[in-house]
Ligand binder design. Sequence first.
Ligand code: PRP
Length: 180
Amino acid sequence: MIGTAQTNQNRLRVLIPEEKLRARIDELGAQIRRDFGDKPVTCVCVLKGSFIFAADLVRAIGGEVKCEFLGVSSYQGGTQSSGVVKITKDLSKPIEGQHVIIVEDIIDTGLTLHYLLEMLSVRKPKSLSVCTLLDKPANREVDMAADYVGFAIPDEFVVGFGLDFAELYRNLPYVAVYTP
Ligand code: PRP
């Protein structure tokens, strides 16, 4: 048991510690609330990766916030995007006429976000913005930019704070570089 834990720890290098995440998410929430004034916003949490970020972000935004969940998978267990975006769970309510914010954990190739923006814009939201905790601009395959970015990161495979490798490490309270 101890041996396994040590082996896994050796594969992890902390990139963004817990305190930095907390402080930046508070800033993002305040910035979003300033931009939208006292208007209600609908946060679309893109599962599974953004569930931890979204939980903190919606509390940092404050005021009237609706929470919706969208299940999406593109990595299918590996460290490279498959390029095929699969919807595993659709929104439970219409978003027409609402100020919608897509909440992502990471933008990597941009393929997932490209697909989601097309998919959600036809549902006629009043506005559609994107907030991502992490942005890996070096790896883009389509030109995509978020309205709100927590941290730009280098082209390394990261886990923790919702992000996984083979479904593990989502529960780490920090973001770490993972070396398989
Ligand atoms: C991750 C992440 C984003 C997407 C970004 O999801 O949560 O949705 O990949 O990558 P891209 O910019 O290259 O498209 P993943 O498919 O790993 O599913 P998960 O969130 O359930 O882990």
